[in-house]
Structure formats: structure tokens, C-alpha cells
Write a protein that binds this ligand. Structure first.
Ligand code: CA
Length: 307
């Protein structure tokens, strides 16, 4: 996804501020598309696993999410990075139609909605200055993806203090990125490099069978975070990606042993999804009552454990 101020503008010029997302995973095969399933409001679960090692968790049983999460506004202009550095087309709001907690889930809804000169609205939720994450630890998110061409749901992390410099020098950790027109692919990626012109990334993807697709079933992604080592596991069994400091070739300024915060959002359009949006795949703010949860990003719970 995206990041930092004027360095990022430079990154735009150099076509390197996308968080690499557009670079990391060009569309390799024609995506399989299924029309949204019809359904009513989804009832989510309560976490039932072992609580022994829990440092922090959010099961989204409180309608007021603001204890743990802040809703970021805008399209990036305020941060000097229009389109959030990726040519994204949405304007983020904290309006209930874009983000709310319901039946045990946080639900993010990308919408057709004219707003401040943009054609789409959505939500971007961050734990910055509310919940910190560090190694050694394990972060697991249970989620279900919206389906639709142009949607870009993501669960990722940025450094709380960019002590090695602006993006990407202080790192970026993408736990989950999904293209809304491909419900079988999960991508995990890390970004680093001394400056935007030297942006580097490493990542992997896992392809689910159609019967286990991301839109019809919940999945979990676990980020196992150790000193000089990171591992991304889907559904507690499939490795999406793993990497070590030595594999990355770091001797110093390795940025991934620092404190990060969590981000959950749905972008609309942008380089990662090929800059094409099928607006009919998104709900309409003018007809919000007919919007169903298959077109929303559902976050059932987030759990942060010690190792
Ligand atoms: Ca829940």
C-alpha cells in the first residue's frame, strides 16, 4: 500500500511509491470472477482459541471502535500523496456507511458515492498511537473479502517511528492484499530500501481453491514475527511467504525489528488492481439498504499474542 509525504511524491515520479504493490504482483492469469452472492447481514464469530498468550485482541463486539482504531480521512492530499501514492480513486471517510461494527465484525464498505470530487468512498482504519505491535509476537486476523473489480482490500503495517527514514527505509509489512476480481489469491509482501528510488520488496502469494474462495469463506492470516525473521501463514497451515534478515542481505538498518501499527482498508482502483473499477460491483450509497456483506470487507477479530 502506501506511505510518506514528499519522499512519496518523489516515489510517484519514480513510479516506486506504490508500496510496490503494483510492481510486486502483476496480473499473471485472467482472474476468475463471480458475481456477488446475495445475502443479509453476516453474523461473525467470537474468538474461541487459547487466550494464554494474548497481548491484545479486538473481537469487534463493541460498536465503538475508537478505543483501538482511528478512521483516516481523505485521498492523501493532506499527506502530500494524492491517490495515496497509488492512483487510488476513493475518498476515505468515517461515515457509518463506510465503516461500522456489526454482529461481531468490523465492516468496511467501499461505495459509489460522489464525495469531495471523488466518485468512491471507503474506509481506512489504523491502530497508530493506540495499539503497538512488536516482535517477538504473532498477529492473526480473521477476515472475509468483498468481491468486485477495482476493490483492493488490505491488512498491513507501517512503522510507528520511521527511525531509518521515510518510506521505504523504515519498512512496510503487508500481511494481506487482495484484488477484488480474484478471490483465490492472497499476497503477503514486505517493502524496504534506502529511499524511494531504491525501493525493494519481497513477497509471496497463495492460491486457494475456488470452493474456499475469499468472498464466501472467512480465512485467517497469521504473521509470525521474530528477531530478524518473518513468516506469513494462511489458515494456520499454508505458508504464503517467509524471509530472514540474512536472506534480505541486511547488515545494518534492518527495519523490521521495530514497532509497527496495523492498518485495515479497502482502496478502490489504483495501480495494484490495474486502475479499472467496475462501479456496478460496489454498493451505492444512495441505496445502502440493499448493500450486502459480500461487498464488504469483514474483520471478525484481530489477536496479538506473544510467542
Ligand atoms: Ca468477532
Amino acid at each position: 500500500m502506501k506511505r510518506n509525504l514528499f519522499l512519496c511524491v518523489l516515489g510517484l515520479i519514480l513510479n516506486s511509491c506504490s508500496g510496490g504493490s503494483s510492481i510486486v504482483a502483476p496480473i499473471e492469469t485472467p482472474p476468475e470472477y463471480n458475481p456477488p452472492i446475495q445475502g443479509t447481514s453476516t453474523t461473525c464469530s467470537d474468538y474461541t482459541g487459547d487466550l494464554t498468550n494474548v497481548i491484545w485482541m479486538d473481537d469487534f463486539n463493541d460498536e465503538d471502535y475508537s478505543v483501538n482504531w482511528t478512521s483516516i480521512q481523505g485521498n492523501g492530499h493532506e499527506y502530500g500523496i494524492p491517490g495515496w501514492g497509488n492512483n487510488e480513486q476513493q475518498f476515505y471517510t468515517d461515515l457509518e456507511n463506510n465503516v461500522f461494527v456489526d454482529k461481531g465484525c468490523m465492516k468496511i464498505t467501499p461505495l459509489n458515492q460522489d464525495f469531495n470530487g471523488y466518485s468512491y468512498t471507503s474506509a481506512k482504519m489504523v491502530t497508530e498511537n493506540k495499539v503497538d505491535f512488536n516482535h517477538p509476537g504473532r498477529i492473526t486476523v480473521r477476515f472475509r473479502s468483498p468481491i468486485g473489480t477495482g476493490m483492493w482490500p488490505a491488512i498491513w503495517m507501517m512503522p510507528l517511528e520511521s527511525i531509518y527514514g521515510g518510506w521505504p527505509a523504515s519498512g512496510e509489512i503487508d500481511l494481506v492484499e487482495i484484488r477484488g476480481n480474484n478471490m483465490q489469491e492472497v499476497l503477503s509482501t514486505i517493502h524496504y530500501g534506502s529511499d524511494p528510488s531504491n525501493h525493494k520488496y519481497q513477497g509471496g502469494s497463495y492460491y486457494l481453491p475456488q470452493e474456499d474462495n475469499l468472498n464466501e469463506k472467512f480465512h485467517t492470516l497469521t504473521f509470525i514475527w521474530q528477531e530478524d525473521q518473518m513468516e506469513f501463514i494462511l489458515d494456520n497451515q499454508f505458508e504464503v511467504f517467509s524471509i530472514t534478515k540474512s536472506q534480505l542481505g541486511f547488515n545494518e538498518n534492518y527495519p523490521f525489528n521495530e514497532i509497527f501499527y496495523l492498518i485495515i482498508n479497502v482502496a478502490v482502483g489504483g495501480n495494484f488492481v490495474g486502475n479499472y473499477v467496475n462501479s456496478q460491483d460496489l454498493c451505492f450509497n444512495s441505496d445502502i439498504d440493499s448493500c450486502n456483506d459480500s461487498q464488504r470487507f469483514l474483520i471478525d477479530w484481530v489477536i496479538y499474542e506473544s510467542l
